[in-house]
Design a protein around this ligand. Structure first.
Ligand code: ME8
Length: 647
């Protein structure tokens, strides 16, 4: 029975936010392949996890007022977090790696040192335009009006020490690997990689950073942290014990049989990853499979568009198996697919409720009605049986052919052809007519047995996709565990002749399309804004140090060559006009503000902006959500005189 090992992985996801239906799609597909391989008799290692380092996480944690570790802990292990989502979705991963796990951190340090020692990592300089206050490098094309795109201030050319990986050295062997035709699938992605990345010339890759701290320290050079992709890619090896004592499965499972990844990270997995493994002298994974994206109305799902689909809500509403099934039945795995709630509901109604659910319930109901649940032994063959029986017998091979190529939707197609044929067989044989004639009992039993056997084979093969529903259906059609194995799916006639069925709950209730769409729309209505937590206390003396005064806007104009800045002349009560520059042009036209009563802090140090002095700062009410800034300049009742102090 044992067929050898099979090591399969998902990407390790960024815990920078809650995961959405796209991540769920990839993990469910990988889970289904893992379950299929286990069913076939492989010793499977299925790995998933989280990619927890990097600047983005550091920034998000800061904005939330917690440490990066607290931030990721909450998203990974907190209530409703990533681990909970995979439990809900019935994901059968054998291991879960977090890149903040101590064993992984130490192993990555050893790996980095090894590539440094063998000369493939070297110290060089990162060059570009640098904004000092923002501590960021920018390329020429990112600059806005030659200035920092974040703060609008001057940038200057700078070089920063950094480590580089000799990616260029591996261009040729990587190209050969890609052209071998086995390594990267679907095949369309191979040309994309070669034309877009290899042919223009592979440059060495910057593999350390000094501009933030939340990463694995380069242990022989303090201040540098390992580039997050080096840290992340090696998870596939450290999670099974490479260069650490936590696990001891590396020799057994490496090289991986397949890395399942989304198309946008194929480049990292099919160019950088094999090059680093070559540098380490390690065997290469057998395959990288780049699946397509789920898109909405043809576009990317994104928080700022407010169109991110929540898998929790859908699983709750339609059931975990219905959601798993929909994802894999509807979208060809290698291509993009357009997600819609209508499509989800119609797939549930057509395939699960009508075709599969009905076949189970009609067949068991007839066996109960006509034979009290247990079939008699007598049989009577008819030529009408041939097509159904031969389709059921041939199904396992056709299914395996597609599953082995990760063509999950085509494997399901094969199963549903047989299910549809079985429903037609009921109409052709009309068991309700046979039941009226005592002399047709043997024929009736044959029809029901053929239906049960067909169902059994289909359910064995559906189990990797919808495991819980198949377990319930097996119970209903009277299939014990000897009748649910991979071997049993090759043979027609495995259920005992006197099989006993059990009527059970409806496996997939029909969904009312109009009503449910309305409910979903209500649930998706945007909720109110989420504000950051209150800052730590300051003393009254601290507060009193800020000299905030009521000012009248004497004049206001846009600053030339700047998209953002407005220049204000203000009456601050002193008798001398005060000049303040403020980056609020996106929100106000100058003429809207002349004559208004506003508030400014007067005792901030003067600052030069676009070569002009700004002597203070105007106060605004601001909020940022989904990457979008909202701003209202603070305006007071015009009866308050200029120069009054706020306290
Ligand atoms: O890239 N449709 O993590 P990530 C389909 N940490 N799949 C989608 C999707 C969508 N709309 N959106 C996301 C990272 N995915 C790195 C990976 S691996 C060493 C490091 C899936 O959280 C898809 O599989 O951005 C994609 O590749 C993955 O989530 C990216 O997850």
């Amino acid at each position: 029975m044992e067929k050898g090992t099979f090591y399969i992985t998902t990407p390790i996801y960024y815990p920078s936010d809650k995961l959405h239906i796209g991540h769920t799609y990839c993990t469910v597909a990988t889970d289904t392949i893992a379950r299929y391989k286990r069913l076939c008799g492989y010793d499977v290692m299925f790995l998933t996890g989280t990619d927890e380092h990097g600047q983005k996480i550091e920034e998000k944690a800061k904005a939330a007022g917690v440490t990066p570790q607290e931030f990721v802990d909450n998203i990974v292990t907190g209530k409703g977090g990533i681990k909970d989502l995979w439990k809900l979705m019935n994901i059968s991963n054998d291991r879960f790696i977090r890149t903040t796990d101590d064993y992984h951190v130490k192993a990555v340090q050893r790996i980095f040192k090894k590539m440094y020692d063998n000369g493939d990592i070297y110290k060089g300089a990162y060059k570009g335009m640098y904004c000092t206050p923002c501590e960021s490098f920018w390329t020429e094309s990112q600059l806005v009006d030659g200035k920092c795109p974040d703060c609008g201030r001057e940038v200057h050319y700078a070089e920063e020490e950094a480590y580089f990986f000799r990616l260029s050295k591996y261009a040729k062997p990587v190209q050969e690997l890609l052209e071998s035709g086995e390594f990267l699938e679907p095949a369309s992605r191979v040309n994309e990689m070669i034309n877009n990345f290899i042919k223009p010339g592979l440059e060495d890759l910057c593999v350390s950073r000094t501009s933030f701290n939340w990463g694995i320290p380069v242990d022989f050079d303090p201040g540098h942290v390992v580039y997050v992709w080096v840290d992340a890619l090696f998870n596939y090896c450290t999670a099974i014990g490479f260069m650490n004592d936590k696990y001891d499965d590396y020799d057994k499972y490496w090289p991986a049989d397949v890395h399942i990844v989304g198309k946008e990270i194929v480049r990292f997995h099919s160019i950088i990853w094999p090059a680093m493994l070559m540098s380490m002298g390690m065997p290469l994974p057998k395959k990288v499979y780049g699946h397509g994206w789920l898109v909405i109305d043809g576009g990317k799902m994104s928080k700022s568009k407010g169109n991110v689909v929540d898998p929790y809500m859908l699983a709750d509403m339609f059931g975990v198996d219905a959601l798993r099934f929909f994802l894999l039945r509807t979208f060809p795995f290698g291509s993009d697919g357009n997600f819609s709630n209508e499509l989800l509901i119609s797939t549930i109604n057509t395939d699960l409720a009508n075709d599969l659910g009905n076949l189970v319930s009609r067949t068991t109901a007839m066996a109960v009605k006509y034979f009290g649940g247990t079939l008699p032994t007598e049989r009577e063959y008819d030529a009408l049986d041939d097509e159904l029986v031969s389709m059921a017998k041939a199904l396992r091979e056709k299914y395996a052919f597609q599953m082995d190529k990760f063509q999950l939707h085509l494997a399901l197609d094969e199963i549903f052809k047989v299910i549809q044929r079985a429903n037609k067989y009921i109409d052709e044989t009309a068991p309700w007519v046979l039941a009226k004639d005592e002399a047709k009992k043997a024929r009736l039993a044959t029809v029901l047995y053929n239906l049960l056997e067909t169902l059994r084979i289909c359910l064995v093969l559906l189990a990797p996709f919808i495991p819980d529903s198949c377990a319930k259906a097996f119970e209903q059609i009277g299939a014990d565990e000897t009748c649910t194995t991979w071997d049993s799916a090759e043979t027609f006639g495995v259920l005992p002749a006197t099989v006993t069925v059990h009527k059970g709950e409806t496996l997939f209730p029909r969904v009312d399309m109009a009503k449910t769409l309305e409910e979903l729309e209500k649930m998706n209505k945007p909720k109110g804004p989420v504000f950051p937590p209150v800052e730590p206390n300051v003393t009254i003396d601290d507060f009193a140090k800020c000299d905030m005064r009521v000012c009248k806007v004497l004049s206001c104009e846009a600053v030339k060559k700047s998209d953002k800045l407005l220049k204000f002349m203000l009456d601050d009560g002193s008798g001398t006009p005060r000049q303040i520059l403020s980056g609020i042009h996106k929100f106000y036209e100058p003429e809207q503000l002349v004559g208004k009563t506003v508030v400014a802090i007067l005792n901030l140090p003067n600052r030069k902006m676009m070569g002009q002095d700004s002597c203070g700062m105007l106060l605004s009410a601001v909020h940022e959500e989904n990457g979008q800034e909202q701003l209202h300049l603070l305006m007071l009742d015009d009866s308050i005189p200029a120069g009054f102090r706020l306290c």
